[in-house]
Design a protein around this ligand. Sequence first.
Ligand code: EPZ
Length: 432
Amino acid sequence: MERYVIKGGTPLVGEVEISGAKNAALGILAASIMTDETVTIDNIPDVSDINALLQAIEGIGAYVERVDAHTVKINGSGIHDFSLDYEYIKKIRASYYLLGALLGKYKKAEVPLPGGCNIGTRPIDQHLKGFRALGADVRIEYGSISAEASRLEGTHLYFDVVSVGATINVMMAATMAEGTTIMENAAKEPHIVDLANFLNSMGANIKGAGTDVIRIKGVPRLHRAEYTVIPDQIEAGTFMFAAAATKGDVTVKNVIPKHLEAISSKLMEMGCQVEESDDAVRVYCKNKLRNTHIKTLPYPGFPTDMQPQISVVLSLANGTSIVTESIFENRFKYVDELARMGARIKVESNTAIITGVDRLSGAIVSSPDLRAGAALVIAGLAAEGFSVVEDIVYIKRGYERFDEKLRGLGAEIRQVTTDKEIRKFQLMSEAV
Ligand code: EPZ
């Protein structure tokens, strides 16, 4: 089993290049099949979620050429299959974006129902509500969602819940509907804006992305495009909190500082210095951090995907902090692992009460999901002694070359598979 072995206690210092945004790239890659011409997308992150979606896109018959680790060419003209095999949705939930893309272009699609995952039940009722509002006949049977329409007609839709996935999926379906669609209570994340910009570069007519009202004038067809995905604000935030946890001095490069405002302001509230420039943010923290309170919210609020990471840092801050998870119902599974490193956290329903401690101690911990796994690596980097983080397959879904980038900042971390390698790492670390 692949694991990270970490020797904690070294402040992270230096610069780190941030990769393209996984959650923007997933929507953009799905949308790229909506034209019969070739689309070139670069700055995609080389992570397993992206590679899984590209396999799904190839699986329905599109032409996929991986130009390099971060660039792909896609041509959807050869698509012959409007139904996706279960194996793809099992690998990555976001394959359900092909529902909106195929329905939008071919007026028919069938995708297996995505299961829940480690952070909650993950319903998709708002996606289906949007497809039905556009005139599609949507049925759930035999474990699959099938959507079909003789024609899709623009509609005025109000989402009951702010949903990134539903906003993305319905935006794609509406892009080639007849007439105008207005989506109210839409998600405003940077990756929604990125998808809208990408679709517009293919000839779509989408206005208002980034606000809670998005207007889409349907177009009969889309054309070729070349597009660059925005930087990943969650990867950037993860490194910013790693700097804070290790009392380091880290500059995250190739970022859009505006996308990081909620994260930067919390770090400053906790006593870190944060300096912004055009495409970089520097975080340095020399003093003991102060406690604060967090409630995760849709963008531009504090992102739920940063909740485990800030909780690790707060477990080392002075005083008691309260973290409320308002988006997902089961996103504190890492707390038991963190407690094994000496953190003092009490979870009551969707709130964690964190009493800061002076130090964490290394331990063997297991990643319950993508962001919690990254947070446990941060804990290992801050802890005294050695830690082993298991089940890093989750982490590799959304973080490209995570250990390599951390080593570039001075971290003592290695990916290993055997106990012998762990012992060798420990001997080498102690020898230094
Ligand atoms: C996206 O998930 C991200 N995934 C998640 O990131 C992220 O945590 C989440 O947005 C919130 O920002 C991708 O982009 C691939 P939602 P998504 O629909 O679209 C409820 C990561 O770590 N809801 O915005 O599934 C839902 O239960 C992942 O990269 C409905 O009730 O999230 C949740 O409470 C983890 N009905 C809330 O809305 C629906 O039809 C927000 O979910 C859809 C959602």
